[in-house]
Design a protein around this ligand. Structure first.
Ligand SMILES: Cc1ncc(COP(=O)(O)O)c(C=O)c1O
Length: 368
């Protein structure tokens, strides 16, 4: 039996009629760029995240970039973040003209280690971007405390954490802004590219609405230089349909993670993902750690079991960030976990038989 890493079709099959209906609505209203379906989704997503505002944009990368711009981050500024994330987190900082400053991560959660922040703060530091990696939030209380003490802004990269919680609060609702990606493979994925910013800050909401639409509040009256980062109408409508299912899908992922961890818990040479007591992990990615990662992935591939690596090279070791001048050894925990983690197949529709098959083959691959 083939076990794909992700099966978007399996999920689509369960909501096909709802999707067809909503697409027809968008066509009938010709509401293709922004418009009522995006506004409706923004209201629903703000409600879901328990924030006052949500602004639909073109992607998670747009969400991060426009949040930074909207909060006034620019050339000469430094923004603290982590090296083990998708490159968009750092790119957004660079695209504002600011510089990413990396800090190492916690070995259990793979998230920003709050104990590393203080020594990375300089006169130029303006903001912190914790990344809620794999669907588990960073430890936000100490991060917020350091930020407030030093007058720094906090932007939560929640691109992998739709519905994750920290001490009962929704991911994205704790800092000054929360940024989401609706890339198709996310827990809440569009059928194309899309993203959103959530915030309780009225001025920021206004500013991002302008920035995403060429700096205009009223058509052809441009109060500032902006960009085209609007969400398209089809994506807004589809996301509204899918948002209703998200809590059940997240529960499905959590159930699958419990099954995996139960079966893999005692297996020598495998470290299962750690769940911090402070929050609710929604398992966008279920990553175990092993020593011979590449060999394991190849062996599982031979059995038609497909895994991923998120992410094999930390950002300070990428050619794109060579100018930062950091080398191997600069962030030992991020480097170690990046060389060890393997993302196992994970999606809500994954069956217990498929999970057993992954586990059995993984054990066999590790034992010879
Ligand atoms: C942690 C993180 N940040 C940012 C992004 C960028 O989102 P998008 O691909 O929608 O631009 C992603 C998406 O993969 C992500 O996982």
């Amino acid at each position: 039996m083939k076990v794909p890493f992700l099966d978007l079709k399996a999920q689509y099959e369960t909501i096909k009629d709802e999707v067809a209906y909503t697409i027809q609505q968008v066509l009938d209203k010709t509401a293709f760029a922004g418009g009522p379906f995006v506004s409706q989704f923004e209201k629903e997503f703000a409600g879901f995240c328990k924030t006052k505002y949500a602004i639909g944009v073109g992607s998670g990368t747009d969400a991060l970039w426009l949040s930074l711009l909207g909060l006034g981050i620019g050339p000469g500024d430094e923004v603290i973040t982590v090296p083990n994330t998708f490159i968009a987190t750092a790119e957004a900082i660079s695209y504002c003209g600011a510089t990413p400053v990396f800090v190492d991560v916690d070995e259990k959660t793979f998230n920003m280690n709050p104990g590393q922040i203080q020594s990375a703060i300089t006169k130029r530091t303006k903001a912190i971007i914790p990344v809620h990696l794999f669907g588990q939030t960073a430890d936000m209380d100490p991060i917020m405390e350091i930020a407030r003490k030093h007058g720094l802004l906090v932007i939560e990269d929640s691109c992998q954490a739709h519905g994750a919680e920290y001490k009962g609060r929704m991911a994205g609702s704790i800092g000054d802004a929360g940024c989401f990606s609706f890339y198709p493979g996310k827990n809440l994925g569009a059928y194309g590219e899309a993203g959103a910013v959530v915030t309780n800050n009225e001025d920021l909401d206004k500013k991002i609405r302008m920035l995403r639409d060429h700096g205009q509040e009223k058509k052809y009256y441009h109060g500032m230089i902006g960009w085209n980062a609007r969400m398209d109408g089809f994506q807004g409508a589809i996301l509204s349909v899918k948002l209703k299912h998200l809590p059940a899908w997240n529960e499905g992922r959590r159930k699958n993670a419990t099954l995996y961890s139960g079966l893999l818990g005692g297996v020598p040479g495998v470290i299962v993902p750690g769940e911090a007591a402070y929050g609710k992990h929604i398992y966008h990615i279920y990553a175990v750690r092993v020593k011979n990662r590449d060999q394991l992935i190849a062996r599982l591939g031979e059995k038609d079991i497909h895994c991923g690596i998120h992410y094999p090279i930390p950002l300070h070791l990428q050619d794109a960030y060579e100018s930062i001048g950091k080398r191997m050894g600069s962030y030992p925990v991020a480097e170690r976990v990046a060389s060890e983690y393997v993302s196992l197949p994970m999606f809500p529709e994954l069956s217990s038989e498929q999970i057993s098959q992954v586990v059995e083959n993984l054990k066999q691959a590790l034992s010879n």
